[in-house]
Design a protein around this ligand. Structure first.
Ligand SMILES: Cc1cc2nc3c(=O)[nH]c(=O)nc-3n(C[C@H](O)[C@H](O)[C@H](O)COP(=O)(O)OP(=O)(O)OC[C@H]3O[C@@H](n4cnc5c(N)ncnc54)[C@H](O)[C@@H]3O)c2cc1C
Length: 482
């Protein structure tokens, strides 16, 4: 019987194992799948906790519906009915300016103003900044297809103020990175395509909004979801459902892997655990962070290892704080806010957790989830718990008019957890994949390569499972060739 080893039981490793199981069941093939994780729990950065009637998300709090793979997988796992959309009446995002929360104007798409009336009325930008942003429609198209940074693109098309006031904090809120180093092709591919195809982001977005209106009747059929989704009992629902589907003995927690070497048998691999144990496998899927994968393949291929280490990571923390409603002056009439780096606060963003999704706090209470760290918040990420709680609590109190200390505070740190897709990322990944061609049976998946969001992680993991499967079955190439 063929053996597959998957290193990492985050959503990527679990989705890969699940898809392999589906394919094996469909083909009637027996296969031994083992999922190793160094941690004592599955899920990686996905972690939910119920406490005193609150539902805390310590890692991700949602996934987007525009990319269908998380919704599709949920359907196959039977947790489709657990999917929870956002609360429509609070669909508003604030941006901090001069210590105040200002709403993003209506019809504002990341940095592109699409509704001139509400845009001209916002105090979020100066008049000079507004004129510069609206003149994006006349900015000439860039020639050549070379990748550029997100910051260069926004500055070139919308001006410096758009970058400082919204571009930087929105990108930091999602990718925790420095837009001056992040790849436009990876982080904002749609904006790149809009410039290429329409000569202007604003013009392209308006055109696609008009054509969507024309098709709205057709689009209304089938289930309709809000942009952000979660599950009634939290994001860990997905992890639990995936784990429940694995045959007993598949998941090996507290079993970190240290290195991978060639087995004497042709085309097979040997995994060495941190406890010194060895595990033979016909195929290995590395679903751990790129810097960990680099350690594992160091002996096998110093070149692959070196390239994997070129993918940098940022460290982030979430700080969940619970309050009584009566102790908070701000109405919290939105999903949350982002904080531009120029405002110099301890937090990068904050979600009003029980406004965004129902059931996150008992009646009469509020749950705030602050996001700390990333490229512009390293010193805050490194603070001891007590100092971090104090800094975040103080900033939240000033911004939201909070009169009392939180009822409780839960800090969750995720060191080197957010892969940074720097300029040239795609070429780097192609190079790694081409080098891996010399090691058939070894695959990479996870948030470091082809998308950091949960739907992308699932999609990539399932694609890798589909690529591994034929190597392990008689219908495919037969023996894995080494
Ligand atoms: C705070 C935070 C908030 C986020 N918010 C969102 C969000 O709202 N929406 C969204 O779509 N995405 C969000 N993301 C991103 C998303 O959560 C991740 O990209 C995704 O969960 C990564 O899954 P993964 O399985 O690839 O990696 P991970 O979750 O990092 O899992 C990797 C696993 O590998 C294991 N491992 C590492 N080394 C070894 C080893 N040597 N041997 C064995 N096991 C090992 C680790 O223990 C870990 O369990 C967020 C991320 C963070 C950190």
């Amino acid at each position: 019987m063929k053996r597959v080893a998957i290193v990492g039981a985050g959503v990527s490793g679990l989705a890969c194992a699940h898809r392999l199981g589906e394919l094996a069941a469909k083909a009637g093939t027996a296969m031994e799948i083992s999922v190793f994780d160094a941690a004592s729990r599955a899920g990686g950065t996905i972690a939910s906790e119920e406490k005193d009637g609150f539902l805390l998300e310590k890692g991700p709090d949602s996934f987007i519906s525009e990319k269908p793979w998380a919704v599709e997988l949920s359907g196959r796992l039977g947790i489709g009915p657990e999917i929870l959309g956002t609360e429509g009446r609070y669909r508003k995002t604030f941006v901090v300016k001069g210590g105040r929360l200002l709403p993003l104007p209506e019809g504002f798409y990341l940095v592109a103003p699409l509704n001139p009336v509400s845009f001209l009325g916002t105090p979020l930008f100066s008049w000079a900044g507004k004129l510069r942003m609206m003149s994006e429609v006349w900015v000439p198209r860039k020639t050549g297809s070379a990748d550029e940074s997100v910051a260069d693109f926004i500055r070139r098309r919308f001006g410096k103020e758009a970058l400082e006031r919204v571009g930087q904090p929105m990108v930091a809120g999602i990718h925790s990175g420095d837009p001056g180093r992040l790849s436009l092709s990876e982080v904002l591919p749609r904006f790149k395509a809009l410039e290429e195809n329409h000569g202007s982001v604003i013009r392209g977005l308006l055109k696609s909004a008009r054509s969507k209106d024309g098709h709205s009747a057709k689009a209304a059929s089938g289930p309709r979801y809000s942009l952000f989704l979660s599950y009634r009992r939290g994001m860990e629902t997905l992890v639990r459902a995936l784990v429940d589907r694995l045959p007993g003995g598949t998941l090996r927690l507290g079993s970190g892997i240290r290195r991978i070497s060639r087995e004497h048998r042709k085309g097979a691999w040997n995994l060495t655990g941190q406890d010194g144990g060895t595990y033979p496998a016909d195929a290995v899927c590395l679903a751990c962070p790129a810097h960990r994968a680099a350690d594992l393949v160091e002996d096998l291929s110093p070149d692959v290892s070196k390239k994997l280490r070129e993918i940098p990571y940022e460290s982030v923390a979430t700080v969940n704080l619970a309050y009584r409603e009566e102790d908070v002056a701000h109405p919290l009439d939105g999903f949350g806010f982002v904080v531009p780096a120029v405002e110099r606060k301890s937090l990068v963003a904050c979600t009003f957790a029980n406004r965004k999704f129902a059931g996150r706090a008992p009646k009469g209470f509020l749950l705030l989830r602050a996001f700390v760290g990333g490229a512009f918040g390293k010193e805050f990420f490194e603070m001891p718990d007590g100092d971090l709680q104090k800094s975040v609590g103080k900033d939240l109190a000033a911004l939201l008019g909070i009169r009392k200390d939180p009822l409780f505070c839960r800090i969750s740190r995720w060191r080197e957890s957010m892969a940074q897709y720097r300029v040239g990322h795609r070429d780097r990944i192609r190079r790694i994949e081409s080098l891996l061609g010399d090691f058939p049976g070894i695959f990479l998946t996870g948030s470091a390569y082809r998308g950091t969001g949960i739907p992308d992680c699932i999609h990539n993991a399932e694609q890798q499972a589909e690529a591994v499967f034929p190597l392990l079955t008689k219908e495919g190439n037969g023996e894995v060739i080494g």
